[in-house]
Write a protein that binds this ligand. Structure first.
Ligand code: SF4
Length: 380
């Protein structure tokens, strides 16, 4: 089969593989321009640390799977077109795309065929061919398979810039409702622990790690998802958790399960950034009694309305930690604000605007030189 035809068959399999193609605000980044139509579904822009964006070929090594996850288009026994690359084939195809300027990096995952360790060997072999035979020095993201061995995780980490383990659900019980033959602790979470241990042992720069969750198909709450996310950020050095709103796939056991509103995914991203970058704890997030975040309110805004509306923050004095609690002030804005204070007092919303801060969002929760900022109230 022609390699591009194989890609076409494998492409939809990555629908639950979010890679890095989501902006910090949780919105998808725009598709690359000028791509051959055949490939536009497989090339995604990925945001790199430092803000650079690169075109990433995102694919599976095979879509033939022996597992039967309830939500997955490529579960065993489902009637669908499948394809398998050999490591050689995929490495060659990627190299051609790279040489034509179509793909700068590779995101490589796989269905499970012949067991997790065997599949992991094939992923590693693909990356080895690219690195050692073809001398490719660009970005590679490798998936760590359920059940991969510790030596394989180490080998993948020597080859990749980023590795990831899909937890899919926040705990064993929820995972059983999604993927009956995946074991949360033994097959998945343990690999994330190994990654963190190996990262500490590695001389020089070590790859970052991520995970992803399927949201809304296992009855899990946002509280459960964010609880494990906070643990992963704090204890296992996770760079990022990805959240994928569940979409039912025809011909799977969950085909009649309702679609998860995309807004839930968006709120989870916002909350996870509060945990990772803003010093929030899970307990501080504004959960409803059912353990979910309100869909209609930004969680940081909801927190500020409760805690800062009557106790505004004096931006000329507050520490970075406190500034980060104010809606409209992010990590970069807080740093710029602190630097600007050294040059003089901030007295007006326009002083904040000049620093790139969303001053109108911040205004109800701040004092400028002891005074509530004058602002135009919305008409409605
Ligand atoms: S392991 Fe599960 S999620 Fe992954 S391809 Fe197989 S059935 Fe789909």
């Amino acid at each position: 089969m022609d390699p591009v035809e194989k890609l076409r068959r494998l492409g939809p399999a990555t629908c639950y593989e979010p890679a890095e193609e989501v902006s910090a605000a949780g919105r998808p980044l725009s598709a690359p321009v000028g791509l051959p139509a055949d490939l536009s579904g497989f090339i995604h822009y990925a945001a790199m640390p430092g803000g650079r964006r690169i075109a990433l070929l995102k694919t599976l090594l095979t879509s033939a799977c022996e597992r039967d996850c309830f939500y997955c288009a490529f579960r065993a026994g489902r009637d669908c077109p499948r394809a398998t690359f050999t490591p050689d084939e995929l490495a060659r195809l990627f190299l051609q795309l790279h040489q034509r300027g179509i793909a700068e990096g590779l995101f490589l995952s796989s269905s499970i065929l012949g067991g997790g360790p065997h599949t992991q060997d094939r992923l590693i072999a693909t990356a080895e061919i690219l690195r050692h035979r073809y001398g490719f020095r660009g970005y590679i993201h490798l998936k760590i398979m359920p059940g991969a061995e510790r030596d394989q995780v180490a080998a993948a980490m020597r080859l990749a810039d980023r590795v990831s383990v899909n937890l899919e659900a926040p705990n064993d019980r929820r995972l059983a409702a999604l993927a009956p033959h995946k074991q949360f602790t033994d097959e998945l979470l343990r690999r994330l622990r190994w990654i963190e241990e190996l990262r500490r042992e590695m001389p020089g720069p070590a790859p970052s790690s991520t995970t992803q969750f399927v949201v809304g198909a296992a009855g899990e709450s946002d509280l459960e998802l964010l609880h494990v996310t906070a643990f992963l950020y704090r204890h296992l050095g996770l760079a990022r958790a990805y959240f994928q709103a569940f979409r039912p796939v025809p011909g799977t056991p969950l085909e009649a399960h309702p679609l998860t509103p995309p807004q839930r995914e968006h709120r989870l991203y916002q909350a996870s950034f509060l945990l990772r970058d803003y010093g929030f704890s899970v307990e501080e997030l504004p959960f409803q009694p059912d353990g979910n975040l309100p869909l209609d309110t930004d969680p940081k805004l909801a927190w500020a309305r409760e805690h800062l509306a009557e106790a505004p923050v004096e931006v000329n004095r507050a520490g970075r930690e406190t500034l980060l609690r104010v809606p409209g002030i992010g990590p970069q804005g807080a740093d710029r604000l602190i630097a600007a204070r050294r040059r003089g007092r901030l007295r007006d919303l326009k002083d904040l605007r000049a620093l790139g801060i969303a001053a109108e969002r911040a205004a109800p929760f701040i004092l400028l030189d002891g005074r509530r900022p004058a602002r135009q109230l919305p008409l409605f």
